[in-house]
Design a protein around this ligand. Structure first.
Ligand SMILES: [Zn+2]
Length: 162
């Protein structure tokens, strides 16, 4: 039987096996264990994050995201992208940050993870997700922040990428 494990770690952790990787469940596990699992009967998507996150291009004309696109967003976002939301990746939806009706594309670079509540309610409140250097940030409505400074969620990031 093959299991899918999604883990995120830094380049240094990948090269040394030191430190903790973060799974899409939100758990922190030794990076050395993840690298060992990669050699077994596991199906592993290992995302090595650098300070500049290049996203492999996955685009299509389909409205729904493919499994690979979902896995890429799990690896990049690690969990809900709304500021300070602790919801781990497996409890999130992949959201079009630009509505499909407007963009006409299902591009992983224009997507982000959001929990059901934040995906539904935050947009009603006037929050707007945007992409800044490969990461999803949320722009608050003017009644919360007149400057509308984009906010990131750093709860799901490895410590040295915050
Ligand atoms: Zn959330």
């Amino acid at each position: 039987m093959t299991a899918t494990i999604i883990a995120t770690m830094t380049t240094d952790q990948y090269l040394s096996g030191d430190g903790l990787a973060r799974t899409s469940h939100g758990a922190q596990v030794p990076a050395s264990d993840v690298l060992t699992w990669a050699g077994g009967d596991y199906r592993l998507l290992l995302a090595v994050l650098d300070t500049v996150q290049g996203v492999t291009h996955y685009s299509s004309t389909r409205r729904l995201f493919s499994e690979n696109q979902r896995l890429v967003r799990h690896a990049i976002d690690g969990g809900c992208t709304f500021p300070d939301c602790p919801t781990p990746a497996l409890w999130c939806e992949v959201d079009h940050t630009i509505d499909y009706a407007e963009s006409g594309t299902t591009d992983v670079r224009l997507a982000g993870l959001a929990c059901d509540y934040d995906n539904r309610e935050r947009k009603k409140q006037g929050w707007r997700p945007v992409h800044i250097q490969g990461r999803v940030a949320w722009i608050p409505p003017r009644w919360i922040d007149p400057e509308q400074t984009p906010r990131f969620n750093n709860l799901h990031r490895p410590d040295d990428l915050r």
